[in-house]
Design a protein around this ligand. Structure first.
Ligand SMILES: [Zn+2]
Length: 178
């Protein structure tokens, strides 16, 4: 198999799993809006889950809502709010704190890998403030953007017409503005 064939067969977190197993990277922190419930990978630690951290090298954080939501049970409205807020300072700052709670030195050296399917609403690309996101960009050793056009279509919310091309262009314009 060539590397391209292997890449075409990869789904979900296999890239990260391969990268940590082969020591290309030390630890991966995944901020996700879609928790992979079916994942039984023992190498993945879910932050805020019931399990204790056992030194896993993939750490996943999938908050069920925005940090300020007062509701005990998060509903459909929350899903929309969380999607709209995924670049907001408070949302990213909570994620950074979650990563640092597991590994204090996590942000000393990191690659920022942005998947376009992280963005599920138009509003998500235009937060009130971009300071936390810009800080993540500024301090990254490398930035990669995964286009995943099909995943963007599958994950986007009803009524949202975003494409991976529009998302990547917006991300590039933010990066270039720094
Ligand atoms: Zn909520």
């Amino acid at each position: 198999m060539t590397i391209n064939q292997i890449n075409n067969n990869l789904r979900h977190d296999e890239h990260l799993d391969f990268a940590v197993r082969s020591n290309i990277i030390d630890t991966a922190f995944v901020l996700s809006t879609n928790r992979n419930e079916s994942s039984s990978n023992p190498n993945v630690h879910i932050v805020c889950g019931s399990d204790e951290y056992r030194g896993q090298r993939i750490i996943e954080y999938s908050p069920s809502c925005i940090p300020a939501c007062p509701k005990e049970t998060h509903d459909q409205e929350c899903l929309k709010m969380r999607a709209d807020s995924c670049l907001e300072d408070s949302f990213l700052e909570a994620a950074v704190a979650a990563a640092e709670s597991v590994q204090g030195s996590f942000f000393d050296h990191y690659i920022l890998d942005i998947d376009c399917d992280y963005f599920n609403t138009e509003k998500s690309l235009y937060p009130e403030s971009l300071e936390a996101f810009k800080k993540l960009i500024r301090n990254a050793e490398l930035i990669s953007i995964a286009l995943e056009p099909e995943c963007v279509k599958i994950c986007r919310h009803e009524g949202c017409q975003l494409t991976s091309r529009e998302i990547s262009e917006r991300l590039l314009s933010i990066i270039e503005s720094i």
